[in-house]
Each structure stands twice: as C-alpha cells, then as structure tokens.
Design a protein. Structure first.
Length: 721
C-alpha cells in the first residue's frame, strides 16, 4: 500500500450501575424513562443504533437498554429498564457523554409550561423562509420537488440556497409566524422531507444598560467571581486555538489587536446587514440601531456593539497596560457575523455555525481556521430547530464545543433556542450578589451559571459587566469600553474557561469538558433563589478549579506510552513530531525561535518492548536542502519506497521513531484508541502533519492538504488514550 506522499516521490468504561440500584433510586420524584443520545457518526450513523453501539451504551450505563425511537436529526431515544429520578438520569447521561463514541447525552426535552410568545416578545412578526432537509435518497431536483412542496402549503416556494445539506426555501410573500410554523409542519409531513423548520428571528441576549465605571468583579470577586486569577496561574491560552464568536461582528479595538482572525458575514438580508450586499467576507459590525416600531414593535435602541463586547470578555489582551483582561490571553477570535438590525434569522445562524466548525458552505470560501469553541450569545423563543440541532451535531463531530446563553426572559431555558439544543453547554447569569440575575432564564436545561451582571438590591446598576466597545451610537465611532448585563456575557465566561482547559489538554471532548466544568462549580450563596433544586444548573463557574482540574495532555499518557509532541515552523509551513524526550528538550531549548509547539500531541510507545502486540515501528526520514522536511510511516513498504529514493535527498533518521498500532482498512481504531490522521501538503517540499484533533483535521482539509491514507479517512495510526 502506498501513501499519497510516497506516490508523489515516484511521481469502557467499567459498568458501575446495576439494575437494582436504578430501581432503588426510583421514587416519588421519578419521572425519566428515556435518555436521548447522539453517537459520533464515525462510530454509528445518525438514525441507527448498531449492535456495537447498543452494547457500548449498555456497558457505560451498566444496565440493559431498549430503543424507544429516533429524533428527526438521528439521535436515539434510549429506554431505561425502570423509570428513574432526574439526578440518576443525569448521572447516566454524564457517564455516556464522557465516552468518545458519544457526541452528547441528556434527558429528552419535556413539554413545559412557559410564558407565551406574545409575553416574551418572541415568535411575533412575519417570516417567509424554511430550513428543510430532504429525506435520505431523495434527489434535490427542485423542478420536480417545488410543485409538490408548494401544493402541501398552498403557496409557491422557491429554492434560495443550500447550507451543508440543508436547503433554505422561500415564500413569495411574508406570513405571520404562527402560519409559517404550520406550513413547516405540513412540509415535514411529506415523505420526501426529513424535517422542516420555520426560520425564526433571534436576538442578542443583553439587558438594557447605561455606561458605568469599569470594574471586572466578575473575574475576581470572592463571592460571585469566577476565580480567573487562579486559572491564569495555571494557563493563559494557546495561540493556535480558535474561538468563534457568532454575533453582530467585531470592530477594531486596541485591546483586541492581533487577536482577531479573518471571519465572514453571513447576514443574507442587506437591510439587516447594513453593508449593501448581504453575505460577504467582511464581518465588521455595521451597527444594529433601530427606530421605534422598526423591529416587531420594539422601542428605539442605539447600537451596542455586542460582538465586540463578547469578544473582549473572551480574549481582550491582558498584561498590555490598557483596558481590560479577557479570560484567554493568546488564542484567536474568529468573528462570524449573523446578527444585524433587528437581530438575525436561524438560517443565517445555521450557516454561521457550520462555517465556524469548518464545514464547506456553497458560495463561501472555506474556513481554514475551524473553531474548537463556538460561542453563541443569542437566542429566540421556541424549540430547538432540527436544522440547528444538526448543526450542533456536525460541529461536535468536527471536534468543536458549543456554548450558548440561556436567555434573558426570566423564563424556563428549555423554551429558548439554541441553548435548548442537545450537546450545547447552556449558561445562565448571576448578579454580583451571587443570586440569579433578575432577567436570566433558569431551569433544568441550564448547565451552570456565570456572572452576567444585574442591578443591586437598591436598584443601582453598579454590578454590570465591563468589556470592549465603541462610542458610536449608530455607525462605528472610536474604540471604548462599556458596561452591560445579560446572559450574553455569562456564556463567554464559560467559553473563555473552556479555551484555557483546552490549552491544558487539547484532546478534551465536549462531554468530558462539560463534566469538568459542572463538577468543579462552586455552591451558590445561601438563601439565594439558585439554592432551589433544578433552577441554576450544577453551580457557579469556577475557572480556577476547572482549569486546575483539567489534567494536562502530557500527564495522562497510558501505561507504557509517551507523548508524541507536535511543532510548527511558520516560515516553511512545516510540521514535525517527535517522541524523543531528548529531542523535545532540544527543540524547546535551542530551536524555539523557529519551531514552536502547537499544543497538539498523541501517545505512542518508545520501543517494541513497551508496545502491545500488533504495534508497528514508525520509520522517520529527513531531507535537507530545498525540501527541508521529514517523513513518517508505519507501513514497511512505504518506508522502503522512501529509502529507495536516496538520490532525491532522503536519508533514514531512524527505523523506529516510535511504535504504534495502525488503523484497519476502513480507518477505524480499536476501543481505547483514537485515530491519528495524516496529511500531506501536496507540494514539492513534501511535508506531513499528524493530528488526533478533528477540528485540525478539518482545517487541513480546508487548507487543501491531502488526507494521506489508502482507507480514505486519513487515519493511519491508532493512539492509545
């Protein structure tokens, strides 16, 4: 078997819960009989549960499980053998989601008694678009399909565009939102349709405010702060990590200089975008001010520069002598604009999420810096749309983590999307007193709380959150700082903390990260509303404990293995990996000016003596001169092909740089292992990159590097975990 590189040269967890224990936990409060689980598509395809998948879930749960059904997006509803209370169900869900074969697991959403859409101000106005996914096997022949779809709703439809396999359809005229929702139901009932969602409008999750003195109590207050200084004592961020901010866009600001990546503007309506052309590669915030009555009857509002404010909380430069300190001092912010005048629409949010995760979008340049964390400080009343749930699942499968604000309606968070979607880390807000903020949504769908600001007991707004802003009241003016309150600003506290956790252990999954976050929270202040059960999630974010509780990648090597550490040389766009402790020390000490650690690593074995049966030696070759590169392979025929090319300048460094097991013919790895993906730059300098990070895998694909394995997946090694 030959790699693309070589061809170019020639041209359970242990079950710990018994059925008896489950039955014993069932009592007066027992009301959960199922769990909803989304498996990683590389392990089990959506909408199906293989025998191996069922066995894996049963091993994790420690009980026999049944299949109650599937969601329209392919999640499986698992039937428990007995009905259990919510605490037991949450324990089972946590155990499942920490397994790498599981994207997310949770108690299925329940019908809730909530404020009406009219009372919250959501769900009103008109709409004329649908997000629709065709049933499996249905060809997108719109000349044939549109008449059928139009007949089902009694109105003509047009095909607008495709977003990652989801199609946006439009009506010729706008209709009231309740009628649009009914039309979506009629479309979803057709056999050619897998699901259909009415496109709803979402808003930034911010409470009104006036500017106040800049005080970052949210980071340091001993009662209600998140312990940022303790977190910084452990980790300050990883330069190569990307955090996407899906919001109103970002403006230039001295506290964000050199931290912001080129992003994209996904607002499809030019009037809302205020840039005259709808979607474009410029994510600059053009202002979201509006006059009274312009936005479904809302009062007039000045521009707030919401995206710039959120970005500052995550990544304002620290220790630079100006302004404020963001939680992360080094990582990059990816601005993805989806909100403008009157907010935004779910189809634009869908495109923004997919693109942020690295998924190619028709008509848009690929994102070469996919996000490990996607922050969405936005939301709207209603259930999680199927299309948005699919976008979350796709993002998680790409290796991203998705964080959303719970909402500002003082209502059940389960009634507001996208925070109510499966797999999303949902964050509510507390004020400086440590109590539930007066505006914050609450309930069992909230995972944890973080500071969002609020007025104090005397009605004073001295407890607001401070961040980067702009002094323009309509169009952009000059960089400034401002104060505000809202769950919009509690979510980036969690996103920033997650970024520090990932800098400490880049191989964290979203499920494991959520368990660390919730398991390290602080108890709420006594006598507050958050002390009531199922109101404020698992506790108050403690960034210091969460980061300290994250075991570093290099400290969790499986028995007998060592870390294989990755370096990058920017001037050559070359990568290098090594398992040699002496070589690692040399690169860190003497070559640090040209070769920097990326934070990426995987595990392998230093010799055949410590390696398990079936592991193979990995040869390493080097070439000086114009190529100045290296080559690694565990395939003896590939090693021999490179060795035979000595005339081309390739020399053998070692026949065994490390030992490792290899993927099977379909690119799959055995239990207790993760795939190591190999990419070839497809250039004359012939460089390879190895990564277990799925977001980096997508980044390399988007950078036009070639997946370098005959199995078609790019997986060549299987690293122990």
């Amino acid at each position: 078997m030959t790699s693309r590189f070589a061809r170019a040269l020639r041209a359970p967890l242990v079950a710990t819960v018994a059925i008896a224990a489950l039955a014993a936990s069932a009592g007066a409060a027992a009301d959960t009989a199922t769990l909803r689980v989304m498996l990683d598509p590389s392990f089990s395809p959506p909408g199906a549960l293989s025998a191996a998948g069922k066995s894996r879930l049963e091993a994790l749960a420690g009980v026999s499980l049944g299949i109650a059904g599937y969601s329209r997006t392919g999640a499986v509803d698992i039937a428990l053998p007995v009905t259990v209370d919510d605490a037991t169900a949450a324990t089972l869900a946590r155990r499942m989601r920490e397994d790498r074969a599981v994207l997310w697991a949770q108690v299925p959403p329940r019908v809730t008694v909530a404020k009406s859409a009219a009372a919250t101000g959501d769900g009103q106005g008109t709409g004329n678009r649908f997000m629709l996914k065709l049933a499996p096997g249905v060809t997108p022949d719109w000349a044939t399909l549109l008449p059928t779809l139009s007949a089902a709703i009694g109105a003509p439809l047009a095909h607008e565009r495709r977003i990652g396999g989801i199609d946006v359809l439009t009506l010729m005229t706008a209709e009231p939102q309740p009628k649009i929702a009914a039309m979506a139901g009629a479309l979803a009932a057709l056999p050619v349709v897998q699901y259909a969602d009415a496109v709803r409008r979402v808003k930034v999750a911010r409470a009104p405010n006036d500017p106040l003195l800049a005080q970052q109590w949210a980071l340091t207050d001993p009662v209600s702060g998140i312990g940022a200084e303790a977190a910084w004592g452990v980790e300050t961020g990883l330069p190569d990590l990307t955090i996407a901010v899906i919001d109103t866009g970002i403006l230039p600001h001295p506290d964000l200089d050199d931290r912001v990546l080129p992003g994209y503007d996904f607002i499809s309506d030019p009037a809302s975008a205020r840039d005259g052309d709808g979607r474009d590669p410029d994510p600059t915030d053009e202002g979201d001010w509006h006059d009274a009555g312009e936005c479904d009857g809302m009062p007039a509002e000045a521009t707030f520069w919401h995206g710039t404010f959120v970005a500052g909380l995550i990544g304002a430069s620290a220790d630079n002598g100006i302004g404020i300190a963001g939680l992360n001092w080094h990582s990059r912010i990816l601005p993805v604009r989806a909100l403008g005048k009157c907010g935004g629409t779910m189809d634009d949010v869908l495109a923004a999420m997919m693109w942020a995760a690295g998924v190619p979008i028709d008509g848009v340049p690929v994102n070469t810096t996919p996000a490990r964390i996607i922050n969405m400080s936005l939301g709207g009343y209603g259930a999680c749309d199927n299309a948005i749930q699919e976008a979350v699942d796709v993002a998680l499968a790409q290796g991203a983590m998705v964080v959303a604000s719970a909402g500002n309606a003082s209502d059940l968070a389960a009634n507001y999307a996208p925070g109510n979607c499966g797999g999303v880390i949902t964050v509510g807000a507390i004020g400086r007193s440590g109590d539930l903020a007066s505006y914050s949504n609450f309930g069992s769908r909230v995972d944890l709380m973080a500071p969002g600001g609020d007025v104090d007991a005397a009605g004073d707004d001295a407890g607001f959150i401070v961040s980067t802003a702009n002094d323009g009241t309509t169009v952009p003016g000059n960089p400034s700082y401002a104060e505000a309150a809202g769950t919009s600003f509690s979510a980036p506290m969690v996103s920033g903390t997650l970024s520090l956790m990932l800098a400490r252990n880049v191989n964290l999954t979203s499920g494991r990260a959520l368990s660390i976050l919730t398991g390290s929270t602080r108890n709420f202040v006594g006598g507050t509303r958050c002390n009531a059960p199922a109101v404020c999630g698992m506790g108050l974010l403690d960034a210091g404990i969460a980061v300290a509780s994250t075991v570093p990648s290099s400290s969790v090597a499986p028995p007998g293995s060592v870390p294989v550490v990755e370096y990058y040389r920017a001037d050559l766009d070359h990568y290098f990996v090594t398992a040699s402790a002496a070589e690692i020390a040399y690169y860190d000490t003497f070559l640090a000016a040209t070769w920097q650690r990326t934070g990426g690593l995987f595990y392998a074995y230093p010799s055949g003596a410590t390696a398990p049966p079936g592991a193979r030696a990995v040869c390493r070759y080097s070439a000086a001169g114009l190529v100045n590169s290296n080559y690694w392979s565990a395939d003896p025929s590939q090693c021999a092909a490179v060795k035979a090319n000595a005339a081309g300048g390739w020399t053998e460094d070692t026949p065994a740089a490390f030992w490792i097991e290899v993927a099977d013919a379909s690119g799959q790895c055995m239990d207790g292992h993760v795939p190591v993906y190999r990419f070839f730059d497809n250039r004359r300098d012939a460089n390879q990159r190895f990564t277990v990070d799925r977001s980096e895998r997508r980044a390399m694909q988007n950078r036009a590097w070639v997946a370098d394995a005959d199995n078609g997946t790019g997986a060549v090694f299987c690293a122990p975990i």
